[in-house]
Write a protein that binds this ligand. Structure first.
Ligand SMILES: Cc1ncc(COP(=O)(O)O)c(C=O)c1O
Length: 343
């Protein structure tokens, strides 16, 4: 059984976190003269540092207790916090399966952490034998697994991922930013079984709140306590907390949008497959499609000239474009533009 406290950086264990006014007095009503705020206005008070109302709403939807939830200023804040809690700059390492979401590597560099890159196999799945050879390295502290993976779009095999969580004596972060678009199961319920597991989700994708910057981490209460210890006291603004709370009240609308995006994905995939410029349309569990084309740079530039912006991922996967599913009208415009391209 992994002992979380042994994995945490010494300075993090020792540090005394900032104690804000709202840490000392926890009530909602009264005359507040404790935080040097302006007494006038609607947004004059500091936000709830622990986002209690929001966590209570999320806890019901995700079926997990509030003490196992951490909210970050986007998942990107959670990625950075994971490095700061567990990895000593200059000595420790993190492992990623490439190609994958770019922020793991950027955040590692910011924190002076070395990254071990294990390439996914040709089906974009984990090569367990290649991965496991790094497990005995005592300086390897975190493994990031993105599923559904960006930019490939597929979920990683559940049993491979579970073998990694069970076999690795460090932290495993599973980034499920796109899980709402997938029919495959989330790892959220595994948080009780594996103390070294952190599952991340976000309001930026299926919930349509990318501008709001709220990411979720689900993990055992001990890891959540360390995240709370390191985070800036008021990391999620009141405006943003309320925006998510409003969204959670119209959960049916969110479900219907996800349904529309999924059916548009099927339609767009079929149409893309039929194009002469297409070499391969990869299966997707996300809200985007990875497409191998004849000449990605040329197609990308031609689309830009028509004010249609897709993501050129040729630098990481040969001649591949990543296309986010738009509205039916937007998808039709893309198809019309692609139809006029001949190479
Ligand atoms: C796999 C993955 N994780 C996380 C994020 C970012 O999430 P957030 O907006 O919550 O920071 C992205 C954004 O593209 C992503 O692709």
């Amino acid at each position: 059984m992994v002992d979380i406290n042994k994995l945490v950086r010494g300075n993090v264990i020792k540090l005394t976190p900032y104690s804000c006014a709202r840490d000392e007095f926890k009530g909602d009503s009264g005359i507040f003269m404790d935080a040097n705020e302006n007494p006038f206005g609607n947004l004059n008070r500091y936000p709830d540092p622990y986002q209690k109302k929001l966590k209570s709403a999320i806890s019901k939807i995700k079926n997990i207790s509030e003490e196992k939830i951490f909210l970050g200023n986007g998942s990107d804040e959670i990625i950075d916090l994971a490095f700061r809690v567990f990895c000593n700059p200059g000595t420790d390492k993190a492992l990623i399966f490439t190609p994958t979401y770019g922020m793991y590597e950027v955040s590692a560099s910011v924190n002076d952490i070395m990254v071990v890159k294990v390439p996914l196999n040709e089906d974009f799945q984990i090569d367990l034998v290649k991965a496991e050879q790094f497990f005995s390295d005592k300086t390897l502290k975190i493994i990031f697994i993105c599923s559904p993976n960006n930019p490939t779009g597929n979920c990683l095999n559940y049993s491979d991922v579970e073998k990694i969580i069970a076999g690795f004596n460090g932290i495993v972060v599973i980034d499920e930013a796109y899980i709402d678009f997938s029919d495959k199961p989330s790892f959220i319920k595994m948080v009780d079984k594996y103390p070294n597991l952190i599952v991340m989700q976000t309001f930026s994708k299926a919930f349509g709140l990318a501008a709001v910057r709220v990411g979720m981490a689900f993990s055992n209460p001990s890891i959540i306590t360390y995240f709370n210890k390191l985070k800036p006291p008021y990391n999620i603004s009141t405006v943003n907390q309320n925006a998510v709370l409003r969204k959670l009240k119209s959960i049916e609308k969110y479900k219907s949008q996800v349904g529309k995006i999924k059916s548009e994905k099927e339609r767009l995939s079929a149409k893309l497959k039929a194009l002469k410029i297409t070499r391969k349309v990869y299966p997707s569990d996300a809200n985007f499609i990875l497409v191998k084309v004849k000449d990605a740079d040329y197609i990308y530039n031609t689309l830009v000239l028509k004010s249609i912006i897709v993501r050129n991922r040729s630098s990481v996967i040969d001649n591949c474009l990543r296309i986010t599913i738009g509205t039916a009208t937007e998808n039709n415009k893309l198809l019309k533009a692609l139809n006029t391209i001949s190479i």
